[in-house]
Design a protein around this ligand. Structure first.
Ligand SMILES: [Zn+2]
Length: 213
């Protein structure tokens, strides 16, 4: 991983750990001395005083993630890392890269290491672990998929979500799958017999698969 990004993610995790992995982003902002006010767009400034503006019309589920994204901007600014993160890629990709790194920090706060470890201990290396991570973190299934797979950078494993006979999402680490996202795969068992499959409860035709090499 790129230097500034790795430094930032470590700082983001340290900050969250300092407040006992507070799951409520509003409380976390308060504990970190950041004021959150309504605004016309989403914006963060370390100040002082540290301030986050949040657009009013955000969907509730999205709101939580967005506030964590903005909290991560404040952490990056406090660490003096925003420019260094942006400078890791070509100028035309800089903004997109910085936003992606902040999203990664936010996803880690929604599903912090202790939570990932708990589901991993309870369910092992299985698709059930991914589904339960999403439930415990109140996160989306794709977010849990990526969080779970990226939690161990040494592992050689991949996971996917199917919707009917289509592959809806894919996450891989040190390996590749014999199919791509959006590809039609009517019989997973035929192309990837070693995959463990789990039908997501209450979600028609949605299945999570995991394969470890
Ligand atoms: Zn942003």
């Amino acid at each position: 991983m790129r230097e500034a990004t790795a430094q930032f993610l470590a700082a983001s995790d340290r900050e969250h750990a300092k407040y006992d992995y507070e799951p409520d982003p509003r409380k976390l902002a308060e504990l970190m001395g950041i004021r959150v006010i309504p605004g016309t767009k989403n914006k963060a400034s370390k100040g002082p005083p540290a301030l986050i503006q949040m657009a009013r019309d955000l969907h509730v589920a999205r709101w939580r993630f967005t506030l964590l994204h903005e909290i991560n901007h404040v952490i990056a600014q406090r660490e003096g890392l925003e420019e260094a993160i942006a400078a890791e890629v070509d100028e035309e990709d800089a903004e997109h890269h910085l936003e992606a790194v902040m999203n990664h920090g936010a996803a880690r706060m929604i599903m912090p290491d202790p939570l990932v470890n708990i589901v991993q201990q309870m369910y092992g290396n299985t698709p059930q672990a991914i589904v339960n991570l999403a439930i415990a973190g109140q996160a989306s299934l794709p977010a849990a998929l990526h969080r779970f797979i990226s939690s161990d950078v040494e592992a050689q494993r991949a996971a996917f979500i199917t919707s009917g006979s289509y592959i809806a999402h894919v996450a891989t680490c040190n390996t590749r799958l014999p199919f791509w996202r959006y590809e039609r795969v009517p019989e997973i068992g035929l192309v990837l017999p070693e995959a463990k499959l789990f039908a997501v409860p209450k979600r028609l035709a949605t299945c999570v698969g995991l394969v470890t090499f």
